[in-house]
Design a protein around this ligand. Sequence first.
Ligand code: GRF
Length: 208
Amino acid sequence: MKRIVILISGRGSNMEAIVQRAAEQDWPAAVVAVLSNRPNAAGLRFAADRGIATRVVDHQSFARREDFDAALAEAIDAFDPDLVVLAGFMRVLGTAFVERYAGRLLNIHPSLLPAFPGLHTHRRALEAGCKLVGATVHLVTPTLDHGPIVAQSAVPVLAGDDEAALANRVLATEHVIYPLAVRWFVEDRLEVQGSIVRHRDGASQLLI
Ligand code: GRF
C-alpha cells in the first residue's frame, strides 16, 4: 500500500474528495495523515473523524520560511509518504522542500495553467473575458504553479457569472480530477517525459 500525506490550509474539500474516493474505490494506497499550517483549518476535523492522523505545523511560529519548511518536512517524513498532496495549501514552499519531494508532490491550481498562476484566478479570468476556465493538477517544481501537468478540467464561463459562481463550477471539477490524478499516481499509471506527463494507457487527462 502506498502512503499519501495531504497538506491543507482551510476547508479541505479536495482532501475530502480524495479520502472518500480512496475509501470507496480499490486504491493500492491510503491517506495516512492530513497536515495543516493553520490550527483552525476546517478540514482537520473531517480527517480526524475518519481516524486519519492530523498534525499542525503553524507557519506563524516560525520567523524564517526555511525553518517552517524544515519543520513541515519533518512532520511529513514521520509518515514515510510515497506521495505528498497539496490540497488548498496556501503557503509557498521553498526550493529545498520542493526538491526533497521531487516527483512525488502534487498540487491543484484553480486555473487552466499556464494561464493565471498565483492568486485570484477566477477574478482575473473574468476580467480577461475568458470563455473557458478550469483547474490543473500538476507535479510541483520550484517555480510557483508551474510543473508538469497531470490533468485538467475545463468549464464554460456563463453570462452573469461572478467570482463565486465560477469558483464553485470549477471546484466541482477539482473534486473529480484530483482524486483521479492521485489514483493514477499511486497506480503507477503516469509517465513523465521532461515537462510532459502522459497516462500510460492513453486515458484522457482532460475533463470537460
Ligand atoms: C481550491 O480551489 C484549490 O484549487 C485552491 O484552493 C482551493 C482549496 O479548496 N488551491 P479546498 O480547501 O480543497 O476546499
